[in-house]
Design a protein around this ligand. Sequence first.
Ligand SMILES: Cc1cc2nc3c(=O)[nH]c(=O)nc-3n(C[C@H](O)[C@H](O)[C@H](O)COP(=O)(O)OP(=O)(O)OC[C@H]3O[C@@H](n4cnc5c(N)ncnc54)[C@H](O)[C@@H]3O)c2cc1C
Length: 308
Amino acid sequence: MDKYDVIIIGAGPGGMAASLYTVRANLKTLMLEKAAPGGKMMSTWEVENYPGLGKVTGFEISEKMFNHTQELGVEYKYGDVSGIIDKGDIKEVHTSGGDVYETKAVIIGSGTTPRGTNAPGESKLSGRGVSWCAICDGAFFNDKDVVVVGGGNSAIEEATYLSKMVNHITVVNVLDTLQADKKAIDEANATGKMDYKLGYEIVSFDGEKQLESVTIRNVKTQEVEKLEVEGAFVFIGHIPETKFLEGLEITNQWGYIEVNSKMETKIPGIYGIGDVIEKELRQIATAVGDGTIAAVNVSKYIESISHK
Ligand SMILES: Cc1cc2nc3c(=O)[nH]c(=O)nc-3n(C[C@H](O)[C@H](O)[C@H](O)COP(=O)(O)OP(=O)(O)OC[C@H]3O[C@@H](n4cnc5c(N)ncnc54)[C@H](O)[C@@H]3O)c2cc1C
C-alpha cells in the first residue's frame, strides 16, 4: 500500500494551494482528483477578482495553479475517493477504482456540485438542452434562445457570458428580485439580450429528445407560461461533495464539513477546506486561504504525532 504524509482530496484552488505548502514543508503529498485539476474554476468563464492575475479565463487560472503544483513536485493522481477510514494516527483513503492509500493526514477540498431544480424533464433532458455549465455548453446554442435559472452572481455572470453567443436570454428567478450585485446586473443589462421573469418557478423542462420549451409559473398568481427555448442553464446553488464521508460524522445537517479556525474537523488529522466546509463566502481566494491554513496545521499535527 502506498504511504503518504498527507493526501489532498480535490484539485480545486483550495486543494492546490494546500499542496504547495505541504510539499514545501517536505511532507510526502498526494493530490487525488476525480475530474480535471482546477475544480469549479474550470467551468467558470472569467475570473477578475483573484489578486495579481487581472482578468483571466477559468481555464488559464486552473492551468497556472496546476503548473505551479507540478513545478514544486506535488504528486497528482486520478482518483474518485469513495471513503476514508480513520485508524487513529493512520488514515486509509479508498477510491472507487479499488486503490487504497495510507496517510497520516487528509485534507478534504472536494467542493460542491450544482443543484438541480428537480422539475420534471430536467434529468431526462440533461445534456440535451439542459445544462449547468455555460462555458462547457454555451457554444451549442449559437443564435438560439435560452433560459437561465437563478438570480445570484453565478446566474447573472453566466448569462452575460452566454450573451456572447446566444440570441436571447430569459432569466427566471423564483424570488421577485435578483440577488446578484449591481455590477453583474449592469453588465448583463448592457448586453441588450436579457429579459427577466422574476417571481417565477420552473414547472417543467419540455421535449422528447431535445429541450423544446420551459414551462414556468408565477408564484403569486399561479399563471403558467411556456417559453420556447432550446437551452436552459441552471445556476441555483450547490450541494457539498461529502457522500464519501458518511460514517465519519464530520458534516452538518446540510452535508458541509464542520471545521474550526485551523480547518480541523473533530477527527485529529482530518481537515476540511474551501467550498465544502460550512462558511460564509465561497470564492477562489477564500478556498486558497483555507488550504494554506490547513496545510500549515497539518505540518504541526504530523510533527506532534511523530513525537508520540
Ligand atoms: C459559475 C461559477 C463562477 C464562479 N466565479 C468565481 C469568480 O469569478 N471568482 C471567485 O473567486 N470564485 C468564483 N466562483 C467560486 C469558485 O469557483 C469556488 O469558490 C472555488 O472553486 C472553490 O474551490 P474548492 O477548491 O473549494 O473546490 P472546487 O473548485 O469545487 O474543487 C473541488 C474539486 O474536488 C474534486 N472532487 C470532488 N469530490 C471528489 C472525490 N470524491 N474524489 C476526488 N476528487 C473529488 C472535484 O472534481 C473538484 O475538482 C465561481 C463558481 C461558479 C460555479
